[in-house]
Structure formats: C-alpha cells, structure tokens
Design a protein around this ligand. Structure first.
Ligand code: NAG
Ligand code: NAG
Ligand code: NAG
Length: 427
C-alpha cells in the first residue's frame, strides 16, 4: 500500500518532469523562431524619433516665440511616456492607468509582437517593437522589458517622461519567489515545506548566477534595469548604476507609498485626478503570502543588497519630492484620491472588493495565474451599472493580457504558453 502510493507519486513527479522538459523545449524553439524574425537594423544615428522630429522642425520655418510662450502658464498633459514596468511591484495597476490614458488621448503605443513583453529577459531592442521602422515615433512604451536606455530613447521624442516603480526588496523577493519558483529549476531541489526559508538560510548552496531564470531570485529590480544582478551591495558599481539610472528617470514611484506616488505622477505629468483612479490589479491572496521572521527579512535584504540600495535611494528622492510638493497638500490629495476610488468601487465592483480566481464569473476579468496555482485575485463587475459608467468600469477591471488584446496586440505566444500552463499544471 505505502510503496504503491509512493510509486504513483513518483511516476507523477517523473511525468511532470518529462512534460516540463518537453514544454520548455517547445517554448525555447518557439522563442528562437520568433526572435529570428526580428529585423536587424543598422545602428544608424539618423534613424531615431528625435532626429526625424528635428528634421521636420527644420523644414518648417518656425515663426519665432509664437507658440511656446502663451501656453506656459497652464501646463498641458504629458503624452510621451516611457514606463519601465518592473516585476512584482504593483506595475500592472500603473499599466492599466496608462492604457486608459493612451486610449483617451488616442496615443500611439510601442507594443511587442506575439507576446506581452519585449523578449524578456533579453535586453530591449527597438526592433522588438511591432511594425517598427527606424525614425518612427511613439507616445507610450510600457510593456515588460529588460531596460536599455539607448534603445528605448530611439522610439520617443527627446522630452518624453521616464517613469518607473520600485517595491521593498524583501516583499518583492518573497513575491517573485512565490510567483516564479516553478520556472526556476534551481529551486526544484530545495526540500521541505518552506522552500523560501530554506533558500534564504543558505542561498549560495542552491544559487548559481548562470542557472536558468536565476535572476528571478536575486536583485530582480537591478536585473530589470539592465544591470548585473549579481553585484555585491558594497561593489562601487552598484551606486554608479543607481546614479546613472537617476539621470534617466523623471519620477520613480514606490509601491509602499502608492497613492502618494500617483499624486506625484499626476503633478509631474500635468494629469487630472480622473486619470489616476485605479483598482488594485494582479494582487495575491493574503493566505499565500509568506510572513518572514525578522531574521529571514534581514537575510533577504542582505541577499538582495543591490536592490535594497536602489530602493533606499529612490525612497529618499520620493519623500524629498513629497516635501517639495507640500505634506499637507499631499494629505489632502491622497484623501481625495481615496474618496474617488471608493466611489468607483461602489459603482463598478460586485461585493465591494477582489475575489479569488475561482469566483470570477466573466473570463474577461480573470487575471493571468502563476504556473500551477491560482493565487491572483480579480473582480466581478456589478451586473447592473449605470450605462454611463459601464465602459470605464470595464476598462478599470480588465487585466493586462485582455487589455492588450483589446488594444489590438497579437498575443499568440503568450496564449499558447497560457494554454500549456493551465492544461498541464492545473490543480
Ligand atoms: C510643419 O509641421 C507640421 C507639424 O508640426 C506639419 O503638419 C506641416 O506639414 C509642416 N509644414 C511644412 C511646410 O513642412
Ligand atoms: C554611468 O554612465 C557613464 C556615462 O554615461 C558611463 O561612462 C559609466 O560606464 C556608467 N557606469 C555604470 C556603472 O553603468
Ligand atoms: C522611506 O522614506 C520614509 C520617509 O523618509 C521613511 O519613513 C521610511 O522608513 C523609508 N522606508 C524605507 C524602507 O527605507
């Protein structure tokens, strides 16, 4: 009896492994195939958005000091935006805000082709943008990528606003570990109930920088920004990277101060309160979040020391911005944002809040789930909504993948992977 049970468990594991290897291979082949189809352009200085704009301006003999002065009193909303979408940082909620803003102003997004990211974890290349031709200009770049400033800059007008969001590295590490560990083979040999604790007790016994997908488990923010995620925190290159990054970004949001961050975003981009209304998207049910002991927290910080420095630096700059904006003014604005959000919640959401995936009735609102789990929450839209709010409610509640689809992005590779994931690893 016992050995029979163990036997069947064993075959299940073996079957799972074989399937996994098979699928990984299929995905790799597909990945290579799609990568090959990218057109390679000569890296010519002529071919950037800024230069094609400059050329246009030259052709136009501008009438001096006519257009610029009169507008400067009232700001006009920034429409050229680079949002560096980091992993596991509430960035999906920002993405939804950007999608809605882009639709409202009929802006041109630089989207990937066939999938929802720019060939992550490969570094970004502008040739990864769908239908890209050298010299093209876009308004918004916002899908997951491994950041590469020089390449991104080719797509946007020179005065585009660069925005990103960071999160406390311990919370981010916990979230990333939970979300991706099945896709990181080096975690498969970690035994015991609490793999996260086991890993943190002695990361070096499991971790190797070369291992497949290992970047998900160390300094993921540093990796996303295109830096070496295996630098030790006291390496001088860490602070140099951080300073270089701060030169490129106009505003760095912090997930722990999400509302304050959004108010600063509104202020920086000259947007309205309506533009930044949101429902928290892609959140995980609290029962699946591991509470780390202070000891493990310290270990996680040490393990992710480069990200910790990055976070502290930009947490400080955020609060300096709040100070400059005015603390009282900030308090009032945050209060108003909460009031408006609550108002939208009452209008749009059934039962007043997020529910587990199994309880979501309309697949349009079902968020993407990690491999082998359904821990990501979503919403049910109220069935009777005042018709004038129906569209805005739908948009605010639509998860990333479905929204990309609505915006016309072809997602065949993402969908294929989703189908495999849900068929093979369904629990
Ligand atoms: C001047 O620039 C505008 C756009 O800024 C363009 O529509 C127009 O065709 C240009 N005129 C000439 C003569 O190039
Ligand atoms: C920072 O930027 C400077 C100049 O742009 C560059 O020379 C240097 O290599 C960069 N440092 C790092 C650590 O990326
Ligand atoms: C972020 O900055 C605020 C304001 O200075 C401070 O209260 C908070 O402790 C900081 N958070 C972290 C994690 O450093």
């Amino acid at each position: 009896m016992m050995s029979g049970m163990r036997g069947s468990k064993c075959t299940r594991v073996v079957r799972g492994l074989i399937l996994w290897i098979l699928l990984t291979n299929i995905m790799l082949v597909l990945y290579c195939l799609t990568n090959q189809t990218q057109v390679k352009f000569r890296d010519s200085q002529e071919d950037t958005c800024s230069l094609s704009m400059a050329k246009l301006l030259k052709q136009n003999v501008t009438t001096p000091a006519q257009s610029t002065k009169s507008q400067s009193e009232e700001c006009s909303p920034t429409v050229d935006i680079m949002f560096m979408k980091t992993h596991k940082t509430a960035s999906s909620t920002i993405l939804n805000i950007l999608f809605r803003f882009g639709e409202k102003h009929k802006l041109k997004f630089a989207f990937p082709n066939g999938r929802n990211d720019f060939y992550y974890p490969s570094p970004f290349l502008c040739s990864q943008v769908k239908d890209y031709r050298p010299g093209d200009c876009f308004n918004i770049v916002c899908n997951h990528m491994r950041f590469h400033h020089h390449e991104v800059a080719k797509l946007l007008p020179p005065n585009a606003a660069y925005i990103t969001i960071l999160r406390d590295p311990v919370a981010l590490f916990e979230s990333s570990f939970h979300y991706y560990h099945r896709a990181v083979p080096l975690t498969w040999k970690i035994s015991g109930e609490d793999k996260l604790a086991e890993f943190l007790e002695n990361p070096q016994t499991f971790y190797s920088p070369e291992a497949f997908n290992s970047f998900y488990l160390r300094n993921l923010l540093f990796f996303d920004f295109g830096f070496d995620n295996n630098l030790e925190a006291d390496d001088p290159r860490v602070m140099m990277n951080i300073h270089n990054l701060s030169k490129h970004f106009d505003l760095v949001l912090i997930a722990e101060y999400f509302e304050e961050s959004l108010i600063l975003l509104k202020d920086t981009l000259c947007w309205t309160m309506e533009d930044i209304l949101y429902f928290k998207l892609n959140a995980r049910k609290s029962s699946s979040v591991s509470q780390l002991t202070p000891d493990l927290r310290a270990k996680a910080l040490q393990w992710n020391g480069a990200d910790w420095k990055l976070y502290q630096h930009f947490n400080a700059t955020l609060w300096a911005r709040v100070e400059a904006y005015g603390r009282e003014r900030m308090k009032r604005e945050v209060k108003e944002l909460r009031r408006r959000n609550a108002e939208m919640r009452d209008i749009c959401i059934e039962d007043g809040g997020a529910v587990e995936a199994q309880k979501i009735q309309d697949r349009r609102f079902l968020p993407w789930q990690p491999v082998g789990e359904s821990s990501i929450l979503g919403y049910n839209m109220k069935t009777s909504i005042d018709p004038k709010f129906k569209t805005i409610c739908e948009k605010m509640l639509t998860p990333e993948i479905q929204y990309l689809s609505d915006l016309g992005v072809n997602l065949w590779l993402t969908r294929l992977w989703g189908w495999f994931k849900d068929t093979v690893f369904r629990i």
